[in-house]
Design a protein around this ligand. Structure first.
Ligand SMILES: O=P(O)(O)OC[C@@]1(O)O[C@H](CO)[C@@H](O)[C@@H]1O
Length: 315
């Protein structure tokens, strides 16, 4: 079972617009609403892959009730933490030329009692979990050390933990030796404090996160592919993608693909790459089912082309 923890979930609203004209009334040509937040998406992808998952998340107000209904309709098992503040709504503006602008709200502030209940719910759901995936930004009221504390608690309970967050929350958690961290290129560059221009730069940055404590690093580099750096070595995975429709949630789909395939080694990296590639070819944050995956389009190699200049460099 894969337990996910999303301390700051969202109601994701996507508006399709012909183009974004600042200062004008922009008429949307289409809209969709998805239950969101990185851990929520991991649970949706794990469910789509046919494995068991439980999603722990605070839910409040009318948007929270809608997130709960949408997850219920998708057959996702939820361990909700009722809170007073309303769950945030995040907006994505998808232009016809494929450019996507995302506006993420800060989310509600959790009271001390709500913080306690969130931790208690994670503790109650942990027995029997193969992995805990902790994902996304922290809402106001949770200290940057919150994920670090969760990693320590998971390890004390003998459960492996995967972490997808950024900034001080990521750096602080590294000291507790998370089993997997999954930065994207921007998050990796931010963590090491220098830009990434080549694949070799990304490998060095991932190695640095391991020196800081991460046991393995799964770095999603957008159109450039994915890197896995762990005790056993370094692998690079890419996939052929015909048409990119939406990259919202593609990193979450990748992490789910990695965990459902065991969460370690090149086979799990191939699954991560297949899940990420399938997700970008689906609309909004729709998560791929096994029928959407194309393992034949995936290549994983231990001969990492370190001189490769990234198509999507990160600063
Ligand atoms: O603000 P955070 O927590 O960093 O990210 C939240 C979010 O952008 O992540 C998901 C895509 O990965 C979306 O469902 C959601 O809106």
């Amino acid at each position: 079972m894969i337990l996910t923890v999303t301390p700051n979930p969202s109601l994701d609203r996507t508006y399709e617009v012909p183009s974004l004209d600042r200062g004008e009334v922009v008429r949307a040509t289409g809209e969709r609403v998805d239950p969101g937040g990185k851990g929520v998406n991991v649970s949706r992808a794990v469910t789509a892959a046919g494995q068991r998952t439980v999603a722990v998340l605070p839910l409040g107000g009318a948007p929270g009730a809608l997130v709960a209904d949408l997850l219920d309709a998708q057959g996702i098992e939820v361990a909700p933490v009722p809170i007073t503040g309303p769950t945030r709504s995040n907006i994505a503006l998808a232009e016809a030329d494929g450019v996507l602008t995302k506006i993420n709200a800060p989310g509600p502030e959790l009271s001390p009692a709500e913080r306690e209940l969130l931790l208690e719910t994670v503790r109650r759901q942990s027995p029997g979990a193969d992995w805990i995936a902790c994902c996304g930004s922290l809402p106001r009221g949770l200290a940057p050390s919150w994920y670090a504390d969760l990693v320590a608690r998971a390890h004390a309970a003998g459960v492996r933990i995967a972490l997808d967050t950024s900034g001080p929350a990521l750096l602080r958690a590294l000291r507790e030796r998370p089993d997997v961290v999954k930065p994207n290129a921007e998050e990796l560059a931010e963590a090491v404090g220098r830009p990434l221009a080549t694949l070799g730069d990304a490998v060095k940055a991932a190695e640095e996160l391991r020196e800081l404590g991460a046991r393995s690093v799964l770095a999603s580099l957008g159109a450039d592919g994915q890197l896995l750096v762990d005790d056993a070595g370094t692998w690079f995975g890419t996939a052929r993608v015909d048409t990119v429709r939406s990259n919202v949630g593609a990193g979450d789909s990748s992490l789910a693909g990695f965990l459902v395939a065991g969460g370690t080694g090149p086979g799990a990296l191939a699954s991560a790459v297949a899940h990420g590639a399938a997700a970008v070819q689906l609309p909004g944050s729709v998560m791929p089912t096994p029928g959407d995956l194309d393992p034949a389009a995936v290549t994983v190699t231990a001969n990492v082309p370190v001189n490769l200049v990234l198509k999507e460099p990160a600063s």
